[in-house]
Design a protein around this ligand. Structure first.
Ligand SMILES: Cc1cc2nc3c(=O)[nH]c(=O)nc-3n(C[C@H](O)[C@H](O)[C@H](O)COP(=O)(O)OP(=O)(O)OC[C@H]3O[C@@H](n4cnc5c(N)ncnc54)[C@H](O)[C@@H]3O)c2cc1C
Length: 508
């Protein structure tokens, strides 16, 4: 008997076809899935579905088309600071793939890749490689260890080590489209069942469709190949620290040649004091100012002294046959940075005693860690927004943005937290806006701060890399209308009834 509520009818049909445990509309669950850390109200889904196979995802899509409900796929829903697991719009049905689709389908030791379902986390993959005594390693992020490798790659996430470009290291997907078709990308698209090149060759016959499924709402990815790096015999993390905010220009110009020549195989991060220290300390002056003012210069200086860190800390790692083998390279890197005339090298044994540096030590050696999550406790109330802009790896440019963005954060009474993740040509500038989500005025300031930063970067010709759900429309409106129209045309072709997350990444 239809209820006239599409969600109820959808849920009944899903329960009938996939079993009662494949969907819930329980209040407590919906409340939990609606929570996030952004400066807007919680975004409560209409239901949460738990498929256990590609065929079950296909069933959900077919029924969504029939009942005209909207689906919002998540893998493990650890996207804290970007929306967590809440949908982009209230009432969308969260498809929680990670709960029951979390198998490691293949680990190929010889060719160095694995094939994963959406729910395989960095932690699970790391533990499995250890269990197998594999020669391969993962590239963890600094984020939650329970985050999905597949989802992080789809969201163009970045990790550590030489395989840090996670979308770049993905190879071959299986995708359920909004029209219900299941496609295999790349060499997997050949008819038949055997595809030896699916997860080893990115360049197959015809267009590369894989990119369509990153940061979009064009399909639900149910399987992905990921390349894994053979673990070098020795990994040597390195750290340098510099005293002043304005040192950033020189640091960035020193990083560029190290990356362009691949002398340093990992990405090199230049991270500011409060980005690092917020995972170890809480805002020492919050109570005194009621959160209205940003941390004073004296307060910052005292924290830096306590942890032995300067305004910027540079981190990366070298690979080699042994500690002795990498020593000459390390000395060259040290001479290169210290030629700036200031700053110092933090020897590894000292870095091991500095809590906030453990994140870089662990992630550069392939070990996932949850330590950075502690930054959400910097201010009370757990509010966090991530803003990922970027710029060419040119010191003057990166430092120019630093000056302006720092001023914007301070004008909004919020601390400036920045980590520049540098490759050979591009530096991703990851800003963390931490605020008290239980304080309405502070929440409004955090929102205004994000928007002001977003406008600063867009007006300078710089786009964000990924964005929190509540700002997807804001950013899509910043781009050329022809691009937006092209996205809508692709959406209409692959998902004619708009059942997969309309509004996600601003695509309708
Ligand atoms: C303190 C902190 C530090 C962090 N550091 C990093 C970092 O260093 N690098 C980094 O990259 N990230 C970082 N993050 C971000 C984040 O943790 C990860 O990107 C995240 O965990 C991704 O995995 P997930 O399972 O949580 O993704 P989900 O939340 O499940 O999904 C992420 C996005 O992908 C989409 N999606 C998920 N699965 C599918 C699918 N199967 N098909 C289609 N679309 C799908 C979702 O709709 C969503 O838009 C950090 C976060 C925090 C809180």
């Amino acid at each position: 008997m239809p209820s006239n509520d599409p969600i109820i009818d959808f849920a009944s049909a899903v329960a009938a076809e996939l079993g009662a445990d494949a969907i819930t509309i329980g209040d407590e669950v919906l409340d939990r899935y609606g929570e996030h850390t952004l400066p807007g109200p919680d975004v409560r889904p209409g239901a949460v579905a738990y498929p256990d196979s590609t065929a079950a995802v296909q069933t959900l899509v077919r029924l969504a088309n029939r009942f005209r409900v909207q689906l919002y796929p998540i893998s493990n829903g650890q996207n804290i600071g970007l929306g967590t697991r809440s949908p982009v719009r209230p009432g969308q049905v969260v498809v929680d793939l990670g709960r029951r689709m979390n198998r490691i389908l293949e680990v190929n030791e010889e060719l160095g890749y694995c094939v994963l379902e959406p729910g395989v986390s960095f932690r699970a993959m790391h533990d499995e490689l250890r269990r197998r005594e594999s020669r391969l390693m993962i590239s963890p992020t600094a984020g939650p260890s329970q985050g999905s490798i597949l989802a992080n790659a789809l969201d163009k996430g970045g990790g550590s080590g030489a395989y840090a470009d996670h979308f770049g290291m993905s190879c071959g997907m299986e995708v359920v489209l909004g029209n219900g078709d299941v496609i295999r990308t790349g060499d997997g698209s050949l008819a038949g069942d055997a595809h030896p090149n699916w997860h080893v060759s990115k360049y197959s016959f015809g267009p590369m469709l894989d990119g369509l499924f990153s940061q979009s709402n064009f399909g639900i990815v149910t399987r992905m190949g990921m390349w894994l790096m053979p673990r070098p015999p020795h990994i040597e993390p390195f750290f340098f620290t510099f005293p002043d905010d304005e040192d950033l220009a020189g640091i960035i110009d020193r990083i560029r040649p190290l990356k362009q020549t691949n002398f340093v195989p990992t990405l090199i991060r230049a991270t500011n004091d409060l980005y690092l220290l917020s995972s170890a300390a809480t805002h020492p002056e919050y109570a005194a100012s009621g959160g209205a003012r940003t941390l004073s210069d004296e307060g910052r200086a005292a924290l830096r002294r306590e942890y032995g860190l300067g305004a910027w800390t540079v981190s990366g790692a070298l690979y080699g046959a042994s500690r002795e083998a990498v020593e000459p390279q390390l000395e060259r890197v040290a001479r290169h940075f210290l030629a700036l005339g200031k700053g110092r090298r933090i020897p590894l044994d000292e870095a091991e005693r500095i809590g906030p540096l453990h994140i870089a030590i662990n992630s550069n050696t392939g070990v996932p860690t949850d330590s950075e999550l502690k930054m959400l406790g910097w201010r009370p109330g757990g509010g966090a927004i991530w803003l990922s802009a970027g710029s060419p790896v040119v010191g003057e440019v990166v430092n120019g943005f630093q000056r302006k963005a720092r001023r914007i954060c301070e004008d909004h009474g919020l601390e400036y937290l920045l980590s520049n993740v540098c490759g050979a040509r591009f530096a991703r500038s990851v800003h963390a806006i931490l605020y008290n989500r239980e304080d309405a005025a502070e929440t409004a300031r955090a929102d205004a701060c994000y928007r002001a930063l977003g406008e600063l970067f867009a007006s300078s010709g710089v786009f964000v890399g990924r964005a929190p759900t509540m700002y997807h429309g804001f950013h899509q409106a910043q781009r050329m209308p022809e691009f937006v129209r092209a996205c809508s045309s692709i959406k209409a072709a692959l998902d004619p009834n708009g059942v997969i997350a309309p509004g996600k990444y601003g695509i309708e």
